[in-house]
Design a binder for this molecule. Structure first.
Ligand code: PRP
Length: 184
């Protein structure tokens, strides 16, 4: 067993621990439950990175809510400049007149969420808010910020708790900074 793969070895350090995530998600759950108390809300998971945050956050909500899922994909390299994405899987719910809470893992340039919000706004929901586990405000390229933020983080390459490098590391249970030699 000496040569078993250990993803922990590819990390330079833990940026946000399992315990810190759990505590913050519980706080956000209380805040969001209070804000949406008595309202009709659809909570939308943006696949794939948000999967763990969505799963933990929704279980911390005590208000009535419906879960939905959206999968998006960038158009070649265009996302780097515009954030324009293609919907691979749309939500099932009709959100007209309903409150929508988008759940994302990370806001970087902000372009993806800026575009997504615009797309969903066209369906005339009662409101749209964004809950984001990690926010990198230093990287922002447009005027958007999450309504609920787990952690503001520096501009470092992070993986784990849903975030990937090349499709891997999403199962790491904390947010870690990768050793540069592992991704460069
Ligand atoms: C990540 C994240 C956001 C986007 C944020 O998605 O989930 O959708 O990048 O970047 P931006 O603020 O610069 O637009 P990614 O393309 O890694 O897809 P994934 O969630 O499937 O990993």
């Amino acid at each position: 067993m000496a040569n078993m793969t250990d993803l922990n070895k590819d990390m330079a350090r833990v940026l946000v621990s399992k315990e810190q995530i759990a505590a913050r998600v519980a706080e956000l759950g209380k805040q969001i439950s209070a804000d949406y108390d008595g309202k009709d809300v659809v909570v939308v998971c943006i696949l794939k990175g948000a999967v763990h945050f969505f799963s933990d956050l929704t279980r911390a909500l005590t208000c009535q809510m419906e879960m939905d899922f959206m999968s998006i994909s960038s158009y070649g390299n265009s996302r780097k400049t515009s954030g324009v994405v293609r919907i691979v899987k749309d939500i099932d719910a009709d959100i007209t007149g309903r409150h929508v809470l988008i759940v994302e893992d990370i806001m970087d340039s902000g372009l993806t969420l800026n575009y997504l919000t615009m797309l969903l706004q066209a369906r005339e929901p009662a409101s749209i808010r964004i809950a984001c586990l990690l926010d990198k405000p230093e990287r922002r390229e447009c005027a958007i910020s999450p309504d609920y933020v787990g952690f503001i983080i520096p501009n470092e390459f992070v993986v784990g708790y849903g975030l990937d490098f090349d499709g891997f590391y999403r199962n790491v249970p904390y947010v870690g900074v990768m050793k540069p030699e592992k991704y460069q």
